[in-house]
Design a protein around this ligand. Structure first.
Ligand code: AHM
Ligand code: MG
Length: 332
């Protein structure tokens, strides 16, 4: 029988063999995984747990919060504040940063997350997820502030997401490729189910919200138009389309069988660079995708090279199969 490798064992071995995971970071990743397990249970209970519906409040981006957005945010904070591995946290659901209270020891890491991505899918029982990014506190820094979080995506030391779908799957990178873990509900632990994930360089599948087509910029219109022409067009092949409206689920499909995902800038809100958030959506996903051999740009530059100026800043996102991302980027 093939040996089962739990997340704990995987992390311990990475720590021991490759020295990639310092002790505090290993604790952090285990705690995040435990929080995701508990969010997964809340998601599964659905109406029985009284967790569906709106919380009748708004987040900093002016979006109506769902009960599960708030629950997931609290679960992540409570799980992470006392372990001594973090200095602070930032979340889609909080205006400012969360500094670890001084009754707990302060650690060297910063954790950023979108506690429940794909909020519009919660009540309709479609896959949703948690996205997270881990940064290191700048050296010789006295006291954490919002500026400490404004680091480029290339500075991340760990990133991942957990998708709550037919299975609960945790996908992780610490800069040594991408590993996937499936939640074994009977054992209550994440088990390694795939290592060295690779995204094929070519694809025939694209994901974009087509209802915004009339608002797109020329390069994106051109790319999608060429895909839609299929075999008879310049691409010489037929394309398929998928749009789940949960970035986590769309990216997970791309991790599994390739594809391209786009949420580009559009004319609806010309002053915003895009819909998705750089620090806790685009950066972790971009790093995971690159670690699996794919590419991620905003149409003009690599997402991981963008110098952030605000915690909640938005960005245009094009990611997935390398050759397709390079093609759209070259149209810009
Ligand atoms: P959220 O973090 O508020 O859930 O919003 C992000 C989501 C992404 O998961 C998804 O790709 C996109 O918004 C869907 O947008 P649309 O409603 O335009 O389909
Ligand atoms: Mg989100």
């Amino acid at each position: 029988m093939a040996k089962r490798i739990s997340l704990t064992r995987y992390l311990v071995e990475q720590q021991r063999v490759d020295g990639l995971i310092p002790g505090q970071l290993r604790l952090l990743l285990e705690v995040v995984a435990r929080a995701c397990k508990s969010i997964s249970h809340a998601v599964n209970k659905g109406a029985l747990g009284g967790v569906l519906g709106s919380a009748e409040s708004e987040n900093v981006q002016g979006e109506v919060q769902k009960k599960l957005d708030i629950i997931a945010n609290e679960v992540l904070i409570e799980a992470n504040e006392w372990g001594g591995h973090l200095a602070g946290m930032a979340s889609e659901e909080m205006d400012g940063i969360y500094v670890v209270p001084n009754r707990y020891p302060q650690g060297e890491y910063l954790l950023l997350f979108d506690p429940l991505d794909g909020s519009s899918n919660i009540d309709v029982n479609v896959s949703i997820g948690t996205i997270f990014s881990v940064l290191k506190m700048p050296e010789d820094d006295r006291g954490v502030d919002a500026g400490d979080f404004l680091q480029k995506g290339s500075q991340q030391v760990a990133a991942g997401y957990c998708v709550y779908g037919p299975q609960t799957t945790l996908v992780l990178t610490v800069g040594d490729g991408v590993a996937m873990f499936t939640l074994d509900r009977e054992q209550g632990s994440f088990v390694l189910t795939q290592e060295k994930v690779r995204i094929p360089a070519d694809t025939k599948e694209f994901a974009i919200n087509m209802s915004n087509m009339r608002h797109w910029d020329e390069p994106v219109k051109r790319y999608i138009d060429e895909c839609l022409q299929g075999k008879e067009g310049p691409r010489g092949k037929d394309f398929n389309m998928r749009w789940i409206a949960s970035m986590v689920a769309d990216v997970h499909r791309i991790m599994t069988r390739g594809g391209i995902f786009m949420y580009p800038w559009d004319k609806r809100e010309p002053n915003k660079p895009g819909k998705l958030r750089l620090m806790y959506e685009a950066n972790p996903m971009a790093w995971l995708v690159e670690q699996a051999g794919g590419a991620a740009t905003n149409g003009k530059q690599r997402i991981l090279d963008i110098e952030p100026t605000q915690l909640h800043e938005r960005v245009s996102v094009i990611l997935g199969s390398k050759n397709e991302v390079e093609r759209v980027t070259s149209y810009h």
